[in-house]
Design a protein around this ligand. Structure first.
Ligand code: TXA
Ligand code: MG
Length: 365
């Protein structure tokens, strides 16, 4: 099968919709990362998503929906789309969720809600809940509107690998496995959506943060009085949020997380931490920096090691670092490098929390 990348012209959109309605798959740009979309009501299409990604069936998918013609997204999801069954939700919890969706949709927030019976078990991996997201990217919205159906779409990478943020990166991941990729340029957010599960517990209503992402937890917290509880990886009864598996988003080559920015690393620490891996891999070093110029410090080049440097944001801006993270990692991974090393993210709040989460999962432990 030839995988084509097409600009989102009306003709290309019509072709994409025809493919989706026949149970085939289309990769679409979203503001976070590219998604591999299939007809959410069609178990055959959903099975094809798992096959193309080589994704284990215990990992549930996010269902993407078209923009809300109503003021009330929960009524839209329940009555118009028939995706969720919210009859057990209390009015106060419902009001909190509705408010969050009103503020953050369309956008990089995914909400896990009790599912309607009609949603295929394959979408949710048999869970009683379904993850729903209303993407903001105009091409994703055009596709959803024209298709007239919800689209199940995980990130368009092979399982466990770095999420694609360009159409070309999708092609590298899935060439030969899907017929069509819609071109949407570089993703603006660059990190996957924030996944939340608003939940009634015996101690009151809470919002579990299942995956940090494009919307920082501090920003979410400004719009709800419910406690937001960060779930450490593996703490949920698996497989509640398998994207939280350790060793996810991994490049093909080993990645080491440095304890300090490269400038502050001493030769002695380098010898201790990096050298053992480098001699093992014998090739050049890929260095991921958060700020500054794309050059290696003199003490490092003096070691006689070829270094390829990628900078996430010359000015040290975390929004830009999030945007470029996956693309730069991919470049270093494809360079003539044997080992990748990354500076730690300079911030651990805001987007820094999600960036650090992705780096820790990509790194060797
Ligand atoms: O930004 C995004 O969310 C991208 C774009 C394409 O929309 N999609 C994405 O999908 O990242 P994926 O499949 O790579 O990640 C989905 C995450 C996983 O961590 C999965 O475990 C979690 O959502 N998830 C899906 N359904 C769930 C459910 N019912 N309960 C808990 N977690 C769920
Ligand atoms: Mg993914």
């Amino acid at each position: 099968m030839d995988t084509r990348i097409l600009s989102p012209t009306p003709a290309a959109l019509a072709e994409a919709v025809a493919l989706l309605h026949s149970g085939s798959l289309v990769a679409m740009p979203t503001e976070t990362v590219y998604g591999l979309a299939g007809h959410a009501w069609d178990p055959v299409a959903v099975a094809a998503i798992f096959a193309a990604k080589e994704r284990p069936h215990f990992d549930p998918l996010i269902v993407h929906v078209a923009a809300d013609p109503r003021q009330d997204s929960l009524v839209y999801l329940e009555q118009d789309l028939g995706l969720v069954n919210l009859s057990a939700l209390s009015a106060p919890l419902r009001a909190q969720i509705q408010h969050l969706l009103q503020v953050f949709w369309p956008g990089p927030l995914t909400c896990v809600l009790p599912k309607a019976l009609a949603v295929p078990d394959l979408v949710t991996s048999g869970l009683a809940t379904v993850a729903v997201r209303m993407p903001a990217h105009p091409v994703a919205q055009a596709l959803l509107q024209t298709a007239g159906i919800p689209l199940a779409a995980p990130s368009a990478n092979r399982f466990g690998r770095i999420s694609p943020t360009t159409a070309e990166a999708v092609w590298q991941e899935l060439n030969g496995r899907i017929p069509l990729i819609l071109q949407g340029g570089s993703c603006q957010v660059g990190l996957e959506s924030t996944v939340i599960a608003p939940t009634a517990t015996p101690d009151g209503d809470v919002i579990y943060l299942l995956r940090p992402g494009g919307i920082p937890v501090e920003v979410l917290q400004q719009h709800t009085h419910l406690p937001i509880i960060k779930m450490p990886p593996g703490s949920l009864s698996s497989p509640q949020a398998p994207g939280q598996l350790k060793s996810h988003y991994a490049p093909g080559k080993p990645l080491l997380l440095l304890p300090t920015p490269i400038e502050q690393l001493s030769v002695q620490l380098f010898e201790q931490i990096v050298r053992p891996f480098w001699t093992e891999w014998q090739m050049g070093l890929g260095l991921l920096r958060f700020a500054g110029d794309p050059v290696a410090p003199t003490w490092l080049t003096e070691q006689g090691i070829p270094v390829q440097v990628a900078v996430l944001s010359p000015s040290g801006d975390l929004t830009e670092a999030a945007q470029t993270l996956f693309a730069r990692l991919r470049e270093l991974d494809q360079g003539s490098t044997g080992l990748l090393i990354s500076e730690p993210c300079p911030g651990t709040t805001g987007l820094g929390y999600a960036i650090t989460d992705r780096l820790q999962r990509a790194a060797v432990s």
